[in-house]
Ligand binder design. Structure first.
Ligand SMILES: [Zn+2]
Length: 162
């Protein structure tokens, strides 16, 4: 028997930063500041990520590129790995991500790459609580997702290994 199913999820779209809840404005501002400190001499594509922990602390990361391209790392993984290293058992409440290019205006929300989705999903699966995701370009709207799992349907996690 063939069973067709549809996977869908809701997002919230905000026209501007001022529409975000206060704490989320702060979180995105931290991501913008981190973005401005990115090391991206090869792509000129600067990304900042800020991780809100359950203790209220914000951990920031940005992309760190390398002359040997694959040796670099995306902002999102720099941020969540730093958070995981500093607070091994602290839950992550939300992550804000923003991107800007030196070559053109990024006017759409930049979404995490597949590797980063997988990396963040590890933390979400481990803590058994959703991680809200906020996405923004340099200008334009902001997208909010309730859970990283929405961005990685049928994802792989440690439950398959047991
Ligand atoms: Zn990535």
């Amino acid at each position: 028997m063939i069973n067709q199913k549809k996977i869908s999820f809701d997002i919230t779209v905000y026209d501007s930063l001022t529409e975000l809840k206060n704490n989320d404005q702060n979180l995105m501002s931290a991501a913008v500041k981190a973005r401005q400190k990115a090391y991206a001499p090869y792509s000129s594509f600067n990304v900042g990520a800020s991780v809100l922990l359950e203790n209220g602390e914000i951990i920031e990361g940005n992309n760190q590129e390398n002359a040997s391209y694959p040796s670099g790392l995306c902002a999102e993984r720099v941020a969540v790995f730093y958070a995981g290293a500093k607070y091994p058992s602290m839950k992550i409440k939300a992550i804000a991500i923003t991107a800007a290019s030196l070559n053109h205006e990024v006017s759409e929300p930049a979404a995490p790459c597949g590797n980063c989705r997988q990396a963040i999903s590890e933390y979400e699966f481990r803590q058994q609580e959703p991680i809200r995701i906020l996405l923004m370009g340099e200008t334009g709207c902001i997208i909010e997702c309730d859970s990283l799992a929405d961005l990685l349907p049928l994802g792989f996690n440690s439950s398959f290994l047991n």
